[in-house]
Design a protein around this ligand. Structure first.
Ligand SMILES: NC(=O)c1ccc[n+]([C@@H]2O[C@H](COP(=O)([O-])OP(=O)(O)OC[C@H]3O[C@@H](n4cnc5c(N)ncnc54)[C@H](O)[C@@H]3O)[C@@H](O)[C@H]2O)c1
Length: 327
């Protein structure tokens, strides 16, 4: 089997995570190029992963890249995905794929037109516990899902761009989006969104105008409800992502994508503990590689990146206007 030639655009924190995942899948792919703005940093990064450094995307695409992993901060998306897919390159794009729907739709449409495999980095969906829940729903074991609650709590200043709402979109758009994506995936497409946000803990930190307290209610015509919240004022150095799902015959308490307690609630309650060690970044990349080989859509297409972005942007609009938004 010919190994896929992978290029990485954006050599920061998550870029390193993807480069490591490519290394784990070394029998089917190799990282051949890394591209970033800062020449010395890119050189150092590329040397660490045995790849060639680039500061121009065009030159990296010209070196016969099969798959481009886009790990840029959201504000830096200015047409690179469109450029890559027009060159016939498959793409895996980190969330949030953009900060507005015009840009998001432009990427999705360009990828569809080019006929390439285009995936979004919602890697939570590859976790063992998430997959077990999905299988239970598919098999009719769980029944209808009625309630999804979830949180994303942390306490860190993160990168400079992250603190700026205009560059990151804010905590709801940049972080809570993962949990919103799970809600959308497991509860369904909401009809309404209501949200409140505030910069409560960091208003005195220079350059920090992002929300650090937020809550979203997702509404459905038939009564289903999703309730999500985020804060960047919780325990320093800890990222706590928790969610719970209540369905007719089953509940799930998730402490991560790989760990959950599922309870079968009909008759005498019976619990099932899920605790596995799936590397979701590797699983996500393996799925993209299989999609390329098998000429099929990836498990999480780029259009899902746009679909979930639409919800968090509506939440931001709701908070700004103080009203519920109909989608
Ligand atoms: N899936 C996840 O759980 C997860 C986790 C962290 C970050 N992310 C996402 O990954 C993306 C990057 O986040 P990060 O934490 O790696 O950020 P980072 O600040 O650590 O790295 C970003 C890199 O992109 C580079 N860059 C910025 N603008 C550029 C441009 N125009 N051209 C080329 N390079 C440019 C920067 O120099 C930096 O090296 C964000 O969208 C973030 O939301 C996802």
């Amino acid at each position: 089997m010919k190994r896929l030639r992978v290029g990485l655009l954006g050599c920061g924190g998550i870029g390193a995570r993807h480069a490591t995942a490519v290394g784990v899948l070394k029998d089917e792919m190799q990282l051949v190029g890394c591209c970033g703005r800062n020449e010395s940093k890119v050189r150092e990064f590329a040397a660490r992963f045995g790849a060639e450094p680039f500061t121009e995307l065009r030159r990296m695409l010209d070196s016969q890249i099969d798959l481009l992993i886009v790990a840029l901060p959201p504000f830096a998306h200015t047409g690179q995905v469109e450029q890559a897919v027009a060159a016939g390159t498959h793409v895996l794009v980190e969330k949030p794929i953009a900060l507005d729907m015009t840009r998001a739709r432009s990427m999705v449409d360009a990828a569809a037109k080019a006929g390439v495999v285009a995936a979004c980095g919602f890697m939570y969906r590859f976790g063992a516990a998430v997959k077990r829940w999905d299988a239970a729903v598919k098999a009719g074991e769980a029944g209808r899902v009625g309630l999804f609650t979830g949180q994303f709590h942390c306490n860190a200043l993160h990168a400079d761009w992250w603190r700026e709402r205009a560059k990151s979109g804010g905590q709801m758009v940049e972080q809570l989006i993962h949990i919103v994506d799970l809600a959308r995936h497991q509860l369904g497409e909401p009809q309404t969104v209501y949200a409140r946000t505030a910069n409560f803990f960091h208003r005195d930190v220079a350059g920090y105008d992002s929300d650090d307290v937020s809550a979203i209610v997702l509404g459905y015509a038939d009564g289903r409800v999703g309730v999500l919240n985020a804060t960047n004022g919780a325990v320093p150095g800890q990222w706590t992502k928790l969610w719970q799902i209540v369905a007719e015959r089953m509940t799930g308490r998730f402490t991560g994508w790989n760990t959950a307690t599922l309870t079968h609630t009909i008759g005498a309650p019976r619990t099932e503990e899920i605790d596995e060690q799936i590397d979701v970044f590797v699983a996500q990349l393996a799925d993209v590689a299989a999609a390329i080989r098998e000429r099929r859509p990836p498990a999480v297409p780029l259009s899902e990146g746009a679909g979930t972005l639409r919800i968090v942007l509506a939440a931001r609009q709701s908070a700004a206007e103080g009203r519920e938004i109909s989608l």
